[in-house]
Design a protein around this ligand. Structure first.
Ligand code: PCA
Length: 182
């Protein structure tokens, strides 16, 4: 297991359901087994970004740097073959998520803004919410984000197969952002 050692050249920062203990982690486990992904550790974003939930408690990182919190997640090195499977899951060709650059530092090395010491950073990529709905998603969440998608935030998450099948993912997103706030 893992002996194939495919070249895992793309660094992917996961902040939601791809993380250990969440519903889509099975894909990464599968990729790790075939040598198409390697776990690199816990990391946090250098900048603040909004991390919010959409319909069915689906998490979205929004590309609105400076808003929200520094977000903590897990870093994986992924092969080209692995990357295409994660892209497929995240619907990058369907306008669900967009894979774009993100700057990271090791988790726990932040909150030292007052210190002079340089903290080593690492360039990776993350699946942000598609820009077509990121601003509305931020408004809909009352411009409040969280710093980590934990069990508490994921409570109420509904797997894709358990959602109403007559609507697309983007339909669910549109209904969510246009529904009156609770
Ligand atoms: N899966 C990806 C993006 C959001 C999600 O649920 C992740 O965990 O990073």
């Amino acid at each position: 297991m893992g002996f194939e050692n495919n070249s895992c050249t793309t660094l992917i920062f996961t902040y939601g359901t791809l993380k250990q203990g969440f519903s889509n982690h099975v894909l990464l486990q599968d990729l790790i087994r075939t040598g198409d992904a390697v776990f690199k550790g816990s990391y946090q974003t250098v900048e603040k970004y909004p991390l919010v939930c959409g319909p069915y408690r689906v998490p979205f990182l929004l590309h609105i740097p400076g808003s929200g919190h520094r977000v903590t997640g897990e870093l994986y090195a992924v092969s080209a073959r692995g990357l295409s499977r994660v892209d497929e899951l995240e619907g990058t060709s369907k306008g669900h998520y967009e894979r774009r650059p993100i700057l990271l530092m090791r988790a726990g090395s932040g909150n030292r803004e007052e210190e002079e010491e340089e903290v080593p950073t690492c360039a990776a990529e993350a699946y942000y919410a598609h820009k077509n709905f990121e601003k509305e998603m931020w408004m809909k969440n009352g411009r409040k984000g969280f710093s980590v998608y934990s069990e508490k935030e994921s409570k109420g998450y509904v797997k894709r197969k358990d959602r109403p099948q007559n609507l697309s993912f983007l339909d669910h997103v549109q209904i969510f952002i246009s529904s009156p706030s609770a």
